[in-house]
Design a protein. Sequence first.
Length: 178
Amino acid sequence: MVLGHGSSSSSNCNHDDEPSPQRAQPLPNRYENQKRRDWNTFSQYLRSHRPPLPLALCSGAHVLEFLRYLDQFGKTKVHTHACPYFGIPNPPAPCPCPLRQAWGSLDALVGRLRAAYEENGGRPENNPFGARAVRLYLREVRDYQAKARGVSYEKKRKRPPPKQKQLGITSLSSTSSN
C-alpha cells in the first residue's frame, strides 16, 4: 500500500517513483515550527530596526543586539555579584535579581536561527549566527550563569553502555559476592 495517493481522481497513472506534492512536504515537527517562529521574530526585529536592516547586512553585532533584547523576556533568575545568594544553587528566600534568558535557551535559539538563515537564502560563510562574537557571548552567559547558580555546566560525554547490558548478563554475579 502506497501512502499519499488515497482515492484521488485527478491522476489515473501510478507513479510511485515520483514524489507527490503531499509527500514532498511532510508536516513540520515541533523543531521546524519553533525554528519558523524564531525566524519570524528575528525578521520582525530586523524590520523594526532603525533604520530597517536587510538580512544581507546583518552581522554578529546585530545578532548580539537581538539576544540582549530578548533577555528582558527571560524567566530564569540570575543572581548578580552583589546578591547574597550569588553562587548558591537553591536560595532560601526570594531576591530582587533580574530574570534573564537561560543559557540553554539562547544556545538552542542561535542553533535554530543559524539553520534558518541558510534555509532562507543566506550563505553559510556569511552566517551571522555562527560569528565568533556570538559564540563568545554564549560562552560568557553560560559561565556567568553557572557561577551565579553555584553549579557548573559539564560537557556531557557519550559513554558506552555498561558491558553487562551489552552482553545481556544479569547482575547476579555482583550480588552473589556480598
